[in-house]
Design a protein around this ligand. Structure first.
Ligand code: GLU
Length: 511
């Protein structure tokens, strides 16, 4: 930044439904921009739509931002960590930060806009509007509001009122084009016939997003608005409103700069929608993504650190982030890449941190074993091997359950695959070789040698020979490296499981 005004950005979600990845990307870019410039991130809750907003969704939003580590400087619970606690509602110089608590502000501003001639009462009914829109479309004219109520005189207003008509408040757009330089897209110009007068207060007196969002941006002295491309069409309207607000003395008079972040496309090159399962943030939390892994991936939706580096830390992101580098082209959401980046972040953790991060998936409700059968030391031995193989933490449960369950899981498909005719013979040979190893030699390397030798006696390579053993011991055909797993499971339990499998095979018809 060359000018001296401190950067102030905002993240202003509406608390409807579950947080989704598009929303998180917007929060992330605002956060990174604020942190890069040493500015402030304001969290504002746009909860003016009582029919759609919910407290549950509000709580989830705050909880999600905290989990992600996207901290905010002003807004609800911004200082929750203070020794003195928090009022829980609104903290910072522009409080309150929940729009539902700012209705008086909006009513006052709407009134002043009207008094100054920037807005007017519009009595057109929805049916009349639709009829005229249709006629305009048929005549090949632009179909926005036609200005019918722009200059009603007092007599006309009285007549409408006598008819019992209700009125909304409409903002008067200037008659000249609006031009601005989008931080992502460059210079854009909107012709007046495409951006017509628009409603800012409903007939029942409720202020609309079109009013409250720019009013708060002005009052909260927001310098940069970074938001999704879906909001681009509202920007010329908001710029006109800012100018009017400046005239009537609402805010400090400066219009923020705007940057519109590219669309995120999902499957089949359709816009990723809230309804697509892979857009739900909760899903990533439940699957055990690391916040830094998910955020690293989401930052690549429209931005990149450099051509040859996809994996980086949040500190590196903050150091490098510039909205001017955001690409205007739609970004494609690629779950496989998201997982691969998360896996890379898992591998970068110190092993103790990795083991600690696994903890939620080693306990209820995920653990399939009894809590008292969990053995931390055994888990810690296998943790380094799991760390290099997992893409998400939730997979840890089934990678280590064989250690804590009294018997391995019964996975029918794995059984069928591994227990082909002849498997019992191989397993018997393996059993006798393993039984020759005493407790002291029960280590990965000798275990491998033993299985290798048993396989050779049957003309089998190691991979084929170890398949029935793996299923006998873990219940599955895939998992952590087998011999290290056997080492941790121990001699006695391993041999018992092979015995049990041989007994089961013997009882099977045709074996
Ligand atoms: N509450 C609006 C939304 O969630 C914010 C839009 C904006 O950033 O201006 O879509």
């Amino acid at each position: 930044m060359t000018n001296a005004t401190p950067v102030r950005v905002r993240f202003c979600p509406s608390p409807t439904g579950n947080p989704h990845v598009g929303l998180v990307r917007t929060a992330l870019f605002n956060w990174a921009f604020a942190r890069h410039h040493g500015g402030s991130l304001v969290l504002r809750i746009e909860d003016t739509d009582a029919a759609r907003d919910s407290e549950e969704s509000y709580d989830q939003l705050l909880d999600s931002l905290r989990w992600l580590g996207l901290d905010w400087d002003e807004g609800p619970e911004a200082y929750a960590a203070d020794a003195e606690g928090t009022d829980g509602g609104a903290v910072g110089p522009h409080a309150p930060y929940r729009q539902s608590q700012r209705m008086d502000v909006y009513r006052d501003v709407a009134e002043r806009l009207r008094a100054a001639g920037h807005a007017y009462r519009c009595f057109c009914t929805p049916a009349e509007l639709e009829e005229r829109r249709e006629a305009a479309r048929k005549a090949g004219r632009a179909s926005g509001y036609d200005g019918a109520c722009r200059d009603l005189d007092a007599a006309r207003i009285a007549a409408y009122e006598a008819e019992g008509r209700t009125s909304i408040v409409r903002f008067r757009m200037p008659d000249e084009p609006i031009t601005f330089t989008d931080l992502v897209r460059g210079e854009l110009t909107f012709a007046p016939e495409n951006v017509t007068d628009y409603g800012i207060v409903r007939a029942n007196g409720a202020p609309l997003y079109t009013l409250v969002n720019p009013v708060d941006d002005a009052l909260m002295e927001i310098t940069h608005v970074l938001r999704g491309e879906d909001l681009l069409s509202s920007t010329p309207r908001q710029i006109a409103l800012y100018r009017a607000l400046a005239e009537i003395g609402v805010g400090k008079g400066a219009t923020p700069e705007f940057g519109h972040l590219p669309y995120v496309m999902g499957e089949g090159n359709k816009k990723l929608s809230k309804r697509d399962p892979e857009s739900s943030l909760n899903l990533y939390r439940e699957r055990g993504f690391l916040p830094q892994g998910l955020l690293n991936y989401l930052s690549l939706l429209g931005w990149s650190l450099s051509e040859d580096r996809d994996i980086f830390s949040m500190d590196e992101l903050v150091a490098a982030f510039d909205v001017a580098d955001v690409n205007a082209n739609p970004a494609r959401f690629d779950l496989k890449k998201c997982e691969a980046i998360n896996a890379a972040h898992l591998r970068e953790l110190p092993v103790a941190e990795f083991a600690a991060a696994c903890a939620p998936w080693l306990a209820a409700p995920y653990a399939t074993w009894a809590a008292e059968d969990f053995d931390q030391a055994a888990f810690d031995e296998l943790a380094p091997l799991a760390q290099t193989r997992l893409t998400v933490l939730a997979d840890i449960t089934q990678n280590v359950d064989f250690l804590f369950l009294p018997e391995p899981v019964a996975d029918e498909a794995s059984w069928q695959k591994a227990m082909k005719p002849g498997a019992a013979d191989v397993l018997r040979s393996i059993h006798s070789r393993l039984a020759e190893l005493d407790g002291g030699s029960w280590r990965a390397e000798p275990l491998k040698e033993a299985v290798l030798a048993a396989g050779e006696a049957h003309g089998l390579k190691l991979g084929k020979a170890q398949a029935p053993l793996r299923v006998a011991v873990t219940g599955r055909t895939v998992g952590l490296p087998l011999f290290e797993s056997l080492e941790v499971l121990g001699r006695e339990r391993t041999l018992l499981r092979v015995d049990a499998t041989l007994a089961k095979l013997a009882a099977q018809p045709g074996s």
